[in-house]
Design a protein around this ligand. Sequence first.
Ligand SMILES: Nc1ncnc2c1ncn2[C@@H]1O[C@H](COP(=O)(O)OP(=O)(O)OP(=O)(O)O)[C@@H](O)[C@H]1O
Ligand code: SF4
Ligand SMILES: [Mg+2]
Length: 426
Amino acid sequence: MAAHTPASIPDGTSATTDRRRHAVGTEPLLSIRDLTVRFTRAGEEPFTAVDHVSFDVHPGQTVGLVGESGCGKSVTSLAIMGLLPRRGNEVTGEVMFDGTDLLRLGASEMRDRRGRDVAMIFQDPLSSLNPVVPIGLQVTEVIERHRRMKRSEARPIAEELLRKVGIPDPARRLKEYPHQLSGGMRQRALIAMALACEPRLLIADEPTTALDVTIQAQILRLLRELVEESGTALIMITHDLGVVAGLCDRVNVLYGGRIVERADRHELFAAPRHPYTNGLLASIPRLDAPRGRRLDPVPGSVADNLPWDSACAFAPRCSQPIEICRERTPELVDEPSAGPRPRALRCHNPVAPEDQVTAAGRPPSAPSTATTATTTTRTTGTATPAGGGASVAAPRDVVRDERADRPDPSSHIDRHGRPDQPEETR
Ligand SMILES: Nc1ncnc2c1ncn2[C@@H]1O[C@H](COP(=O)(O)OP(=O)(O)OP(=O)(O)O)[C@@H](O)[C@H]1O
Ligand code: SF4
Ligand SMILES: [Mg+2]
């Protein structure tokens, strides 16, 4: 494997940069360094699912982990939680939580931390709930254990939590078993259990994928409130850039188990630098796009990946590879940014400003990534969104100089790629 230079993690955030009720702490609550997970099942080729991943999460901060299926989002979170199977894998690196390396804790110490300090909303609700225990008892037990309350005190809190996550008639639902709830309700019950713990760090693995749009919005609002009011540090795992736009402060884009781009949300949406990030933005369905305009998915699949050892894994799918991409592994290096924190980028040939697809849409004359696997046509000037709205795609110098005067580019799409309304008018 190519020598790997751990990226510096300059995520230190000054309280003055975040206008929030609960200011982001200056010291990270969670510091992940070179987290690597290798599956080593007997009789199978070892497989590195998470490869030297490093990032920080501060109290009161929401950090996104974004990437397509199989890029290592869930394995990263399960490694943080100490929930990977004991056999058949190697986990290395550091997961420092408030000064303690969670990877070095014994099983019972880690069990104690889970729920109290660190909680997770799992991607698969059915397998995360006990099928033979009523939902109410499962939520109540969590409250009894973690808030040290009697059952009679915990029950009304459980009912209120179910109401908060949008479960209708919670008093009745508390008596029901997981199989009697719809998939969306089970997901909400899990979210209620995670909120009941009042954790210092919450990992939410695709928490809203199974939910309809109104409930999604409700859950995202709840998570935002939790972060702002109690200073919870939140890791939001999603493949939905709309969720990122609405919730995350800082975003890590993962590809093939490695971070390929890290930036503040505004930066990422205003000026994506990695071709994969650019491709993700181009693939968002847009209601304001002209009729008949086809989607621009990232071509190919993860099955096309090259090994990271001596190349860029994304090269076979990239819209603008150059010779070195198949010869040398790109390192994750810091770049200057328009914001308070640097951007980190792993790419030999980053996307030029005139080719950047922003939240407002792709440059009008830019080619489809699906049809330009080897070449990229340069467009000039500032891009105009397809619907003819305000221009937000901008060359980097414009981004740098006019940021304060422009609307937040990420606010231009909602969770479904639609042009978004300001929060107050929703
Ligand atoms: N227990 C396991 N044993 C072997 N390989 C595994 C195991 N768990 C996950 N993997 C592999 O690790 C890679 C990353 O999986 P992971 O579940 O983290 O993906 P993901 O990014 O969460 O995808 P999705 O968006 O579909 O949830 C995948 O290739 C997956 O097949
Ligand atoms: S330009 Fe090269 S290094 Fe950058 S993503 Fe494309 S293939 Fe990878
Ligand atoms: Mg997953």
